[in-house]
Design a protein around this ligand. Structure first.
Ligand code: FNR
Length: 418
């Protein structure tokens, strides 16, 4: 409504209202490094193309004369009602885009009342982002979830899960498609992978277990206990400073402790040997609902149901991991019948506007998440930009729903498509 009223009054919205223009404007504002990292995909980019092609292949068939004057976009996820089925996807190293990054995105999501899934590769400790979210939320608070990358260090896994629980997360998302970082030519060609300069490791450097591992390493290398105890505080303040002044950490990576922190992170952040047996241990390790992110094959969805998981996120990581992979919406079409309402099904990768949200719900998703749209909003307008980017998608979805002749999310079904 606000956007339309502004339009009638001749006011331009703060950020472009369609993805193509949003992306173009954001690119002008972003550094070369940030653009390569955010916009880039795996290999030749054919998975990103497949994501869009799948959305374009499905067409909505509007119905008429069905009183759509009142519409309800809300959905219930894990016992909590959220105002719209659009969540903020977890994004790592977002300080490349904006110095406030995770804190600003957490506030943006809180203002809309929908969850931000804090990334394990976030650039603010989850406790800080959760506190910012609570300050920004209206009465009743706002939800957030936590996304875990399964470390080779099991104690670190438990430590991160414990922190997620204590910081009030409503769900735990375990991302499984990034046991190794994909082949990303846009980053590789400019010789810049984000984490190597210390971006996206705040979840680790704020973790007591990680701190202990780094201290032990530095101590083993230096052969002195006292030195390490004294200088570790400096590492922390460097990391904090790097959030305000990107580059500060990079400049100090020559000194032993920050370098040890980054090297330790690169060594232990992910475990390629992870198997279903590890996933089975999760039940005893957390009271939170658990979702698996990156599911694309119906047999993996079936196994997730057998293991009693609470949800899956059908995703190809925004086309950033496997080049030539199936479009996420195509995967959803075969996976949703397998889950058959037994668990929550979310979808991401390529959601750009309200029609995409509608099509995902029609093919069986309970909700979607978006990544690049909120990052481009963040690049253009900080917290407000991130908020508006997602608010626009929700507003467009609201109109699509009504114009298709429906009044609630639950009514969106396969027969709404051709
Ligand atoms: C991501 N994604 C991601 N996923 C995850 O589980 N943990 C992470 O730390 C990140 N980091 C990350 C950084 C950036 C810059 C992007 C663009 C994406 C993947 C993300 O959660 C989501 O799956 C995709 O972004 C969805 O695709 P779209 O909306 O970007 O097309």
């Amino acid at each position: 409504n606000r956007i339309y009223r502004d339009g009638v009054l001749g006011r331009r919205p703060a950020i472009p209202t369609d993805f193509a223009a949003l992306e173009k404007a954001a690119r002008r504002r972003m550094s070369r490094r940030a653009w390569a990292y955010v916009a880039g995909g795996a290999g030749a980019g054919t998975t990103m193309d497949a994501n869009r092609a799948a959305f374009d292949r499905h067409r909505i068939v509007p119905r008429l004369l069905r009183d759509v004057s009142r519409r309800d976009l809300s959905v219930e996820l894990f016992g909590r009602r959220i105002p719209a089925p659009v969540l903020f996807a977890p994004v790592g190293a977002a300080e490349l885009v904006h110095p406030e990054a995770d804190v600003a995105i957490a506030e943006a999501a809180a203002e809309l009342g929908v969850p931000y899934i804090f990334s394990n590769q976030g650039c603010a400790p989850m406790e800080d982002a959760a506190a910012a979210k609570d300050r920004a939320a209206g009465p009743g608070g706002a939800p957030h979830w936590f996304q875990l990358y399964w470390s080779t260090d099991e104690q670190l896994v438990d430590s991160l899960i414990g922190r997620a629980e204590r910081s009030g997360a409503d769900a735990l998302v375990v991302t499984l498609d990034t046991t190794m970082l994909g082949w990303r030519p846009q980053d590789l060609n400019i010789g810049s992978l984000p984490f190597a300069r210390g971006e996206g490791i705040a979840q680790y450097t704020s973790d007591p277990r990680f701190v202990r591992i780094v201290k032990d390493r530095v101590r083993a290398a230096a052969g002195s206990k006292a030195d390490v105890e004294v200088t570790w505080g400096a590492v922390r303040s460097l990391i904090a400073m790097s959030r305000r002044y990107p580059g500060a950490l990079a400049a100090n990576l020559r000194s032993p402790e920050p370098r040890a922190a980054v090297e330790t992170f690169l060594d232990i952040y992910s475990r390629p040997s992870l198997s279903w047996e590890d996933i089975a241990t999760l039940r005893g390790r957390t009271r939170l609902p658990v979702l698996l992110k990156g599911v694309l094959h119906p047999d993996d969805a079936r196994r997730a149901m057998d293991e009693g998981l609470d949800g899956i996120i059908v995703s190809n990581h925004g086309g950033r991991q496997v080049d030539g992979a199936i479009g996420s919406l195509d995967a959803l079409e075969v996976i949703a019948p397998v889950v058959d309402g037994r668990a929550a099904v979310l979808l991401d990768s390529g959601v750009r506007g309200g029609a995409d949200v509608f099509k995902a719900l029609a093919l069986g998703a309970d909700a979607v998440t978006v990544g690049r749209p909120h990052l481009y909003g963040l690049a253009l307008g900080g917290r407000d930009g991130a908020r508006d980017a997602v608010a626009n998608i929700i507003a467009e979805f609201d109109l699509t729903l009504g114009l298709a002749g429906l009044t609630s999310v639950g009514e969106v079904a396969r027969d709404s498509l051709s």
